[in-house]
Design a protein around this ligand. Structure first.
Ligand SMILES: NC(=O)c1ccc[n+]([C@@H]2O[C@H](COP(=O)([O-])OP(=O)(O)OC[C@H]3O[C@@H](n4cnc5c(N)ncnc54)[C@H](OP(=O)(O)O)[C@@H]3O)[C@@H](O)[C@H]2O)c1
Length: 285
């Protein structure tokens, strides 16, 4: 059985990747308590010992607003989302093996209502997006054997690690159930494509086992929606009688600007199922 090393194996996406790849690979999942991905020496040594046939990097710094307002957080984001990717890309290149890495629709400015294909021109409008673009650039400059998979609005069973980011879906359902309030206000802006962790993990698996050409892929579920539309669908799927009230983005100010139209257009692979089907599957099972 071929070995796959997954960094960030206890995060939201990492957990789904481990479950999917276990089906036919010898998976070694590593998270921050086993190895600090910022320690290049340790990472080189570990990969030299494990001799995997593939490395998947699901590590990230994902706190968009913290990176915007706090210079230390921005620096941490640059390290984790940028320079650590360069280190991994250089090591995997030396070992002659492919690297799978993930990025976000936040590398785009969101001004194009038609959305963004794999080769669209990136132009981030916030600092988190800058750090994801830094990772993309360092990856593609450092190795030819890469799969760069972009996604947005990840949801799915929460990761096992303590600091893993809770998805919008889980947060909003939990909040409504705890507060017992009959209505909730949600921003009716920022169109993008929700991504179910299980569907994305399966897509990555298929890319790898089918030996798709190296390059950039868009792995989100099909269709796009605003936060308001997503919340409405989540409550309906859960059977909760919560009234969702649409509000404007400026009624809920946040430090970082968000792309208004961040639809990720997939031109290379068969389409993923719709985000509504994926959401129902997640909520009901
Ligand atoms: N979540 C989204 O909505 C979203 C949207 C677009 C793109 N993405 C991308 O999707 C990918 C996966 O994101 P995710 O939401 O699954 O992330 P996540 O749940 O926050 O998981 C990240 C994992 O990385 C680990 N980690 C952090 N620092 C580390 C270090 N120095 N060394 C080793 N491991 C470390 C974390 O461990 P600790 O918890 O112990 O720190 C955690 O298990 C990322 O590339 C992200 O940018 C996510």
């Amino acid at each position: 059985m071929e070995r796959v090393v997954i960094f960030g194996s206890q995060g939201l996406l990492g957990t789904a990747l481990v479950a999917q790849f276990k089906q036919s690979f010898d998976v070694v999942g590593l998270d921050r308590k086993e190895i600090d991905i910022l320690d290049a020496k340790q990472v080189t040594k570990k990969l030299g010992e494990l001799k995997p046939k593939l490395v998947i990097n699901a590590v990230a710094y994902n706190n968009v607003d913290e990176a915007e307002k706090n210079d230390d957080a921005f620096e941490k984001a640059r390290e984790l989302n940028g320079y650590a990717v360069e280190t991994l890309a250089k090591i995997t290149k030396k070992l002659g093996i492919p690297l799978v890495h993930f990025s976000s629709e936040y590398v785009f400015d969101g001004a194009n209502k038609k959305g963004y294909a794999e080769d669209s021109h990136p132009r981030p409008i916030n600092r988190y997006g800058e750090t994801k673009l830094l990772g993309e650039r360092l990856l593609t400059q450092s190795t030819d054997q890469y799969y760069l998979v972009r996604l947005s609005r990840l949801f799915g069973t929460p990761g096992l690690s303590g600091l893993t980011k809770k998805s919008f879906i889980d947060s909003i359902l939990e909040q409504a159930q705890k507060s017992g309030q009959p209505d909730v206000s949600v921003v009716n802006e920022e169109k993008s494509c929700p991504t179910y962790s299980v569907d994305l993990a399966r897509l990555v698996y298929e890319i790898v086992v089918n030996r798709q050409p190296f390059g950039i892929y868009h792995g989100a579920n099909s269709g796009a929606c605003t936060w308001f539309e997503l919340a409405k669908e989540a409550f309906a799927s859960k059977g909760l009688a919560v009234k969702v009230v649409p509000i404007k983005g400026n009624a809920y100010p946040r430090p970082a600007k968000r792309p208004q139209f961040g639809e990720l257009i997939n031109t290379k692979l068969p389409p993923q199922r719709s985000w509504q089907d994926a959401l129902r599957d997640y909520i009901l099972h």
